[in-house]
Design a protein around this ligand. Sequence first.
Ligand SMILES: Cc1cc2nc3c(=O)[nH]c(=O)nc-3n(C[C@H](O)[C@H](O)[C@H](O)COP(=O)(O)OP(=O)(O)OC[C@H]3O[C@@H](n4cnc5c(N)ncnc54)[C@H](O)[C@@H]3O)c2cc1C
Length: 813
Amino acid sequence: MTTLPPTARVVIVGGGIVGVSALYHLAKAGWTDCVLLEKNELTAGSTWHAAGNCPNFAGNYGVMNMQRYGLALYRDLASIVDYPINYHVTGAVRLAHTQQRMMEFERVQGLAAHMGLTMDMCTPEELQAHFPFMETHDLEGGLWDPLDGDIDPSQVTQALAKGARSNGGTIARFTSATGVSRENGEWIVHTDKGDIRCEYVVNAAGYYAARVGEWFLPHGGRKVPLTVMSHQYFLTEAIPEIAAWTKEHGRKLPLLRDVDSSYYLRQDTHSLNLGPYERNCRAAWVGADDQLPDDFSFQLFPDDLDRLEWYIEDAMARVPLLGSQGVQRNINGPIPYAPDGLPMIGPMPGVPNAFEAHSFTFGIAQGGGAGKVLSEWIMHGYTEWDMWSCDPRRYTGHADAQYSLGKALETYGHEYAMHFPHHEWPAGRNKKLSPNHARLVTDGGQMGAYNGWERANWFAKPGDDTSEEATLTWHRNGPWESRLREEVEAVRDGVGVIDLCGFSRFGLSGEGAAEWLRGLIAGALPKVGRMNLVYLADARGRVLTEMSCIRHGEDDFTLMTAAVAQWHDFEILSRKLPMGLTLTDRTADVTAMLVTGPKARELLAGISDADLSLDWLSHQQATVAGKPAMLARVSFAGELGWEVHAAPEDTAEVYAAIRGAGATPFGMYALNSMRIEKGYLTWKGDLSTDYSLFESGLERFVKLGKPQDFPGKAALTASAKTAPVRRLLTLVVEPGQQDAPYMAAIFSNGERVGEVLSAAYGYRVDAALAIAMLDASVPAGGTVEVEVYGQRLTATVQDTASLWDADNARIRA
Ligand SMILES: Cc1cc2nc3c(=O)[nH]c(=O)nc-3n(C[C@H](O)[C@H](O)[C@H](O)COP(=O)(O)OP(=O)(O)OC[C@H]3O[C@@H](n4cnc5c(N)ncnc54)[C@H](O)[C@@H]3O)c2cc1C
């Protein structure tokens, strides 16, 4: 039995595949002074009973990157660490019942190609050639992933453990962590075998992560938004035909995923393994009389095959051999779900030197990559690829128990669902409402959730189709299209108003605040009475975040950021806050509306005492409709405009006055279209840690000559000496029917030369647009091809990011 050392640099709680992979990656990178605690035997949680399917397929760029890396690691791991692993790289077919599904596959195929992975679109005949026992008469086609397969989850975990130990990591099995305390800036992890003092602690406790998370509440932590679901698969008795096929071909059948019916089917020795994600799913341990037990190691839930009946019948119709033998064994185990079904990997919200790696629904496929990502977070404070989609800080205060449960049930029941660009999932809604909410809905607002805040995406008129079904499309146009055009035209020609509830807002003040900020941001601060954008870089000079900086006094600021950035950005500011400065999260104290369009001045003049002659990027305190408000002269729509910031109790009256004075309500879709025309960027849409500030076209927000040594300065200084490799530009794309999705590949003369970051139709310039990251070798004015759901659309590279009002004449009017 391992003796527990009194100190370690990192202590990881949890010895499933994820915790062990994190230890492996830390040890391999030379961080040998790390200890993993497992209360039972390794794999005792969800890992031991997992089916072990390992797809590359993912709709999400960060997740696919993680899977790609992990699967490549698994292919070599047995020989790297000299530990045998049963890993069958069988390939997999994914079936499409509809054209919509084929388009999803085309999109993922493009994403995969971006990372050097080959996936092939298939006809029904080609699918059948891969998997001969299947009925294909009702299929549109499918996708072939040659690198999909299945791995023995326990063996791969043990192999990682062997690699971790031989690189110097310590694994303490049968050692329960029981709590944490903090002393002199260090963590003390309490265990049933004594205490360990450490610098960093990691919650990798699988479906126990919410319980482990409770220990961190007194240290600034939050309740972990995790729901445990019961997930099943069953194995049939051996099927002679499959045994014969395997003998003849010398390999297993590929995996089959019927994603429209929502199950996977794969060969296990000579039997079949069926695993559905059923709509009528069940959460476990959610009621007062159904609590998470203190120990569930190597245990399962009772069989519940009735729940799977529809799926079994459907799968038997698809692969009739499935019905030829009885059920040999059923596995019904706990699987943790975050609200969106993506894992939580990264800094623990609100807690210093604490990290998380839990809530894995595909932890076997993702464990290898997750260990890499987590170790990078701990060792460097950043990750190779932007991993915002898995960052624990993406969920803020709205993710309470009720929200988490509702979303987990929805996500599990739609595990294989397509995520369409205009579709809003119905669970977990109305968590944070603008004071204008009722008015917005009455005005026809079709609402969407932004960090839990409800904002109008577009405004329907009587007779418009506002059904959820109408949004289940990859197409750019739907019932919203004509309204969206009208909204943009109203802003272009007159004046519009949009409720922008939920802007993250921080107050920063105290003597020295300005100087401290100068050492944090890459560029310059605004003068008192002015505002501007400021950017923070990571140590590599990549874009960490963007904030609107409003300067009220010499050392008095309001910093505003995207709604979803609330915890991320607050943490960046608070982590380094010196004594004597005050930082306050004022997100809930003020709400924002944007009044914009050439007639905005005229409108506000009638209801406000503000000095509307103050120029662009000014701000002032004034009244609107007799209520105190701050007016900031900026417009993300790229027109003359003012943001009106008012107290929540005054907001409804202010909004009513603005509407009463003739402003047309417009929604987020119109705003997105207009900001892309203007070349304005969004955080985590266009701006991410995948690209440097220079690559993102933010040179004018970087002041390398200033004396302060801001994060990323050295890297940016070095890169300024060489010609840029790539840069952000706007494309005018042949219209097609869809907007190019995130990370759509761009080609020139058959070579990949970049990727799309965001796209929309620009109604003011009457063209389909995309903001793209392009190799510097592609000349402005040149022609490229953009891959949009499998189609290559011609696009011309613009010589400016801004296609609307490039000289800011309208904004400054
Ligand atoms: C039926 C089923 C089939 C699945 N099939 C697949 C699949 O095909 N492919 C796939 O990718 N994923 C699959 N999964 C999901 C996969 O099992 C999980 O995502 C993965 O195992 C999670 O690993 P983990 O390390 O995060 O958690 P776990 O394996 O649960 O490990 C957490 C560990 O923490 C330990 N622990 C908890 N509290 C403490 C404490 N206080 N002190 C010390 N130790 C503690 C636990 O004992 C446990 O060993 C399946 C899940 C189920 C239920």
